[in-house]
Structures are given as C-alpha cells and as structure tokens.
Design a protein around this ligand. Structure first.
Ligand SMILES: *[C@@H]1O[C@H](CO)[C@@H](O)[C@H](O)[C@H]1NC(C)=O
Ligand SMILES: *[C@@H]1O[C@H](CO)[C@@H](O)[C@H](O)[C@H]1NC(C)=O
Ligand SMILES: *[C@@H]1O[C@H](CO)[C@@H](O)[C@H](O)[C@H]1NC(C)=O
Ligand SMILES: *[C@@H]1O[C@H](CO)[C@@H](O)[C@H](O)[C@H]1NC(C)=O
Ligand SMILES: [Zn+2]
Length: 440
C-alpha cells in the first residue's frame, strides 16, 4: 500500500474506531447467542470505499468478518457481523449514506440448512443432500476406492480415500505428503500419472482449501481426483492426460482450519479460520509469504527436484467470485511477458466452463479484478517456481446470496464445470510440450 493510502487508512481507521466506540450508548437488541448476519454493502464512491477499507483494517477488533473485502468503488463488499455489532454497523452505514442489504439474516441457520448441514458428531445430512451425494457416488462407481459422498468428509476421510485409491491403483497413483501443519497433521495429496514412478514427465499442480472455509474448492479438487482415477483406461482423453502428465492434487492445504471450521455451525466465526483477515491485509500475504507451515510446505514441494522446472500449470482454487485469474495479482497494471498466452487460455477455459451450465466467469489479473493480494500463491508460482500457466480460480457463486455457503444443489455442477475449464489448461500444457495439436 502506498504512503498516501496508508495515511488515509490511518486517519479513517481512527474515525471509524471513534465512531464504533463512542457513538452508541444503548442497545435494545435481543441477544441471540452466536447469531450472525451478512451485510452486502454497496461501494458507490471512493469515499465509501475508504470508509469500508478502514473498517476492514479494524475488523478483527470488532469480531467482524469480511467475506468479500472492499476492493473497488462500483463493487460491493460482504460483511458478516455478530448480533451485538449489528446496530453499530447499521448506524455507521446509515450515517455515511452507504447503501446495503442484509443478505443472510442468520448465518448459523443457513449453514444448518445448506452445504454445512452437519449434525454434531454425526455428520449425517438431510435426505435431499444425501440423495445428491448418492447421485454423485453412483456416477463415480468405476472407482474401486469408494468415498462416502453422502457425508461431507472429514480430513481423515479424504486422506484415507486417497490412500485407498493408491492401494487399488498403485501403477498410476501415489499419496504424497508435503509437510505438517501447525497442529501436526500431515498435508497430503495424491500424485496421478502413469507410470507412477516416472518423474521425468511434465507436471500439473492443483490445490484447494488453503482458506479453510472455502469448502466448495476442496470438494471440487476431490472431484478432479475421482475423474482422473475412475476414467483412466476407459476415457481416451483422461488416459492421455494420465499417461502424458503427472498430476499433483492437494485437496485440502489447510487441514487444521478445515477441521476447525467443521464444527462451525455453532459459531460461524470459526468458519473463517485460516484466512488472513488481519489489518491492512491487502498486502499482508505479500509481506510474510511463507510464515505459515502450510504455505512453506507448498513452496518446498514446488521447488523440490521432483517438480521444479517441470510444472507447467499451477491451479489454486478458492471461493467465491467466479474469476479465472492470472498474474500479477498484487500489482495493478502489471503483466507477465507471456500475458497474452495466459489470457487466451483463461478465456478459453472460462468459455468451456460456461458451456456446461452457463456459469459466467470473469478473466483477468487479480489486480484488475480485485485489487488485492488474493492471487499471492499464483503470483509466486509464476514468479519463483516459473510455472507457465498459473491460475487462481474463485469458484461459484459470483455474488449469489449465500456467498461461502454454496447452495447444495450447486456443489456438483460447480465441480463439473470447473473440471471442464481445467481440462482446457491441461490441453494447453499438452500443446506446450508438443503432445497435442490444437483442435479448432
Ligand atoms: C456498539 O454499540 C453498543 C450500543 O449499541 C455499544 O455499547 C458498544 O460499545 C458498541 N461497540 C463498539 C465496538 O463500538
Ligand atoms: C446519499 O446517497 C444518495 C444515493 O447515492 C445520493 O443521491 C445523495 O446525494 C447522498 N447524500 C449524501 C448526503 O451524501
Ligand atoms: C446418526 O445418523 C444416523 C443416520 O445416518 C442415525 O441412524 C443415528 O441415530 C444418528 N446418531 C446420532 C447419535 O444422532
Ligand atoms: C515405484 O517405486 C517405489 C519405490 O522405489 C516402489 O516401491 C514401487 O513398487 C514402484 N511402483 C511401481 C508401480 O513400479
Ligand atoms: Zn480463498
């Protein structure tokens, strides 16, 4: 952040702080334990943007959680607010003539109803979600390693499944560990490539779940694993992929945060664990890029002899926005030398993705689309690990009402359409290595 912005930031922080602590003296709201609302706040001018940015910088102090940080005038920001702060926030917005709507009136309630409707300690779903997962399970029955898609898997269930895949398909799959988390969990992924011990092949890296609450990203990564494993040997496209390329897929980069967010229906603030909602966080990740064991494990793996100089695509999945982003993510108006190629493949991927269900993605650099450092690992992969096609995806929804809590009916379509887009990138990797002609 520039000095000028820093100055504005400090001044405004002060004003907002004063406002929050002094303005209101009484509250008549009914205290609903652990009740949270989500406000969608319209940022109609630079002034409004600045007010929200300063609030963003102090978010932690007031237990505010920005689901969608304020980035640009003309866009909106989504803010989760605990019940005890709702009157303060409403007053702040009203006084400053900032328009908003409450898009979720009770987050816990919605979580119970939707994607995260897990009964405590039992993790069983309502019948509707159950039947959805049954459909998914039936479709993937070619995979001998069965995953109970009727339940939202714990981290252990995910890693057990990957180990089970390895047992059934040792010739082209292998579980790997990139390191240990803060709490001592192994961060595990699966390598898929035939022959499994051939380390000379070009590589494609895919990860999800670096931000713990972005469950749809993890789900989508698991879906990719299933697609590659269950269709190898029967689908010529998949067989070509697995024969030509080594895939490294880590569905959940932040298992500590994920396991913690699993119990989040009682306290949605837990849901945010693992994401950086720290002060001045536009460049927070940039200042301390590998301060967490999870991200340093990722760095070490991509720079290991097995992958260094061989990885042609790095795809990291987040939610939500429907963006297909390429570098540079944290430097506005800054582009890579091969920008045109990255852009073309991104646009083709977005077009292919759209063909599945009509879902529209925006493509561009993270800086163009967001003005934030959300593309940090993508930038790093491009800049330091020298990966050609480095993409940061923000999956569904674009701005649908629920934000992180993806409607259960959208989970499988999200995974499917994203896979269609990712296949475009895999095709580009094959062409890059002279392994496939461009089909026009
Ligand atoms: C929010 O408002 C209440 C009264 O409505 C007040 O007691 C409280 O101090 C305010 N909280 C903050 C953090 O400013
Ligand atoms: C408040 O916002 C409305 C709509 O954006 C605008 O027309 C009006 O001039 C604003 N008033 C003030 C006092 O800023
Ligand atoms: C857990 O869910 C199953 C149905 O999937 C049900 O039969 C069982 O009684 C539940 N157990 C508890 C402790 O709620
Ligand atoms: C790959 O190499 C490992 C270690 O050398 C060996 O145990 C394993 O059997 C090999 N797998 C195949 C499919 O050749
Ligand atoms: Zn994220």
């Amino acid at each position: 952040m520039s000095l000028v912005l820093d100055h504005v930031c400090v001044t405004l922080s002060f004003i907002v702080l004063l406002f929050l602590t002094c303005f209101f003296t009484s509250s008549n709201g009914t205290p609903l334990q652990n009740s949270f609302k989500v406000f969608r706040i319209n940022l109609e001018s630079e002034r409004e943007l600045d007010i929200l940015k300063s609030l963003y910088e102090n978010a932690h102090d007031y237990s505010l959680d920005f689901w969608k940080p304020p980035t640009k005038a003309g866009t909106f920001s989504d803010l989760m607010v605990p019940w005890k702060m709702t009157s303060n926030i409403t007053a702040l917005l009203t006084t400053n003539n900032i328009t908003y709507n409450v898009i979720i009136s009770d987050v816990s309630q919605l979580m119970r109803e939707e994607e995260i409707s897990i009964k405590r300690k039992n993790y069983s779903f309502g019948t509707e979600l159950g039947s959805f997962f049954r459909r998914f399970n039936d479709e993937s029955s070619k995979n001998k390693a069965k995953y109970n898609f009727e339940e939202y898997g714990s981290y252990t269930q995910m890693t057990d499944w990957m180990k089970n895949i390895q047992i059934h398909y040792p010739s082209f799959t292998k579980v790997f560990q990139i390191g240990k988390t803060h709490d001592g969990r192994f961060i595990e992924g699966i390598k898929i490539g035939n022959a499994i011990n051939d380390t000379k092949k070009r590589a494609v890296w895919i990860d999800g779940g670096i931000h713990a609450r972005e469950w749809a990203a993890m789900h989508t990564a698991l879906y990719f694993i299933n697609e590659l494993v269950s269709n190898y040997g029967s689908d010529p496209t998949i067989s070509k992929y697995v024969d030509s390329i080594n895939f490294y897929i880590v569905p959940c980069l932040n298992p500590d945060g994920y396991e913690f967010s699993f119990s989040a229906t009682d306290n949605p603030m837990q849901y945010e664990t693992g994401s950086n909602s720290n002060p001045c966080s536009y460049n927070y990740q940039g200042r301390k890029p590998f301060s967490e064991p999870e991200s340093s494990a990722l760095r070490d793996m991509l720079l290991s002899p097995e992958l260094k100089g061989k990885t042609d695509a790095y795809i990291t999945m987040h939610t939500y926005a429907q963006f297909w982003m390429y570098p540079w993510g944290n430097r506005p108006d800054s582009y890579t030398e091969d920008f045109a190629e990255l852009k073309t493949v991104a646009e083709e991927a977005a077009e292919a993705l759209k063909s599945s269900y009509g879902t529209k993605y925006k493509t561009g650099t993270g800086a163009d689309l967001l003005y934030s450092a959300s593309g940090a690992s993508g930038d790093w992969a491009k800049d330091t690990a020298k990966v050609k096609y480095a993409y940061v995806l923000e999956l569904r929804p674009a701005s649908a009402l629920n934000g992180f809590i993806l409607n259960k009916n959208e989970l499988l379509p999200t995974a499917k359409e994203t896979w269609v887009g990712v296949k475009v990138v895999i095709d580009a990797v094959l062409r890059l290595n002279g392994l496939q002609q461009k089909v026009t």
